[in-house]
Ligand binder design. Structure first.
Ligand SMILES: [Fe+2]
Ligand SMILES: [Fe+2]
Length: 293
């Protein structure tokens, strides 16, 4: 593996923090099966992560002293490890994004754009929610909880769909995505437990979290698709053929990464849903062993 792994569990949580230090210098420009469409699809996702994961960290950190959860020692440990893992993800995606930037793909603008979309969404929803008793911290936590369900679900797809794994032909990038996928599943319940701790399990809590998922998914789809098209266009690679490859990878019914997520995404709408209802223990054990964690 093209990374030095350093595993710590200072928080004493149910999962560790792994510092990876990937070397992205050897990653080829089109690291995914030599395809511009596939590579830019994943780069468009990666461009969302630095600002996105900092937003997750800030959202959870902002409410961790809430009276309903501040004395929950177990949850506090999980929050610390969650912050540690997301900080490491941010660091590695910044590293990869910089390596894509070196090839002339303008990720810096996409990173800034992600920050702006999050800031605008947070401000707008806080204004909408104010008459209903919501403040900015509650809005940000709700968005984070919804997006964490998305990241855990796409992570499960990457870990369980061999077709997607085969397309990741560069070992460094494959390891980076699988490491990130493992950790998204390890900490998938943290934001949710914080959310339920703060909001409870009533009708209001259910309505807000499910509405947030719909809004977050529509926004995410629009932003990621725009990023992909922008990357392809700037690279002079926007063609029907590349779009067909992307469509098959993302949206084909039999094996698409996004279509494959549908069933688990919908679980979020079940009253009484909890992220740990989706059992990924054996899947994680298999991949942790394969990656030597
Ligand atoms: Fe992450
Ligand atoms: Fe996460």
């Amino acid at each position: 593996m093209n990374a030095k792994v350093n595993i710590t569990n200072r928080a004493g949580a149910s999962f560790p923090v792994r510092r990876m230090n990937f070397d992205f210098n050897t990653v080829p420009e089109y690291w995914m099966s030599g395809s511009a469409g596939l590579t830019h699809f994943m780069t468009a996702l990666s461009a969302l992560f630095p600002a996105g994961e900092m937003f997750f960290i800030d959202s959870v950190r902002a409410v961790r002293q809430h009276p309903a959860i501040k004395d929950n020692a177990e949850l506090q440990k999980e929050i610390s490890a969650f912050i540690g893992q997301e900080a490491m993800h941010t660091q590695e995606h910044v590293g990869f994004n910089a390596s894509a930037q070196k090839y002339g793909h303008d990720i810096d603008t996409l990173d800034r754009y992600t920050g702006k979309v999050l800031k605008f969404s947070s401000k707008f929803l806080a204004a909408v929610g104010k008459p209903f008793g919501f403040n900015k911290e509650m809005v940000d936590l709700t968005i984070t909880t919804a997006l964490e369900h998305f990241t855990a679900t796409i992570a499960t797809q990457l870990l369980s769909n061999p077709y997607l794994q085969e397309l990741m032909t560069d070992e460094t990038m494959k390891t980076m995505w699988l490491w990130h996928a493992i950790e998204e599943n390890e900490h998938k319940a943290v934001a949710y437990d914080v959310y339920e701790g703060v909001f409870g399990k009533g009708v209001k809590s259910y309505t807000v979290r499910t509405a947030a998922l719909v809004a977050a998914m529509v926004t995410l789809f629009c932003v990621q698709s725009y990023f992909l098209l922008r990357l392809l266009k700037q690279d002079n690679k926007l063609s029907l053929n590349e779009l067909k490859i992307v469509y098959e990878y993302g949206y084909s019914l039999e094996k698409g990464v996004i279509t494959g997520m549908s069933k688990e995404m919908l679980e979020y709408f079940k009253p009484g849903f909890h992220p740990n209802d989706l059992d990924t223990h054996s899947l994680l054990a298999k991949w942790k062993e394969k990656l030597g964690f």
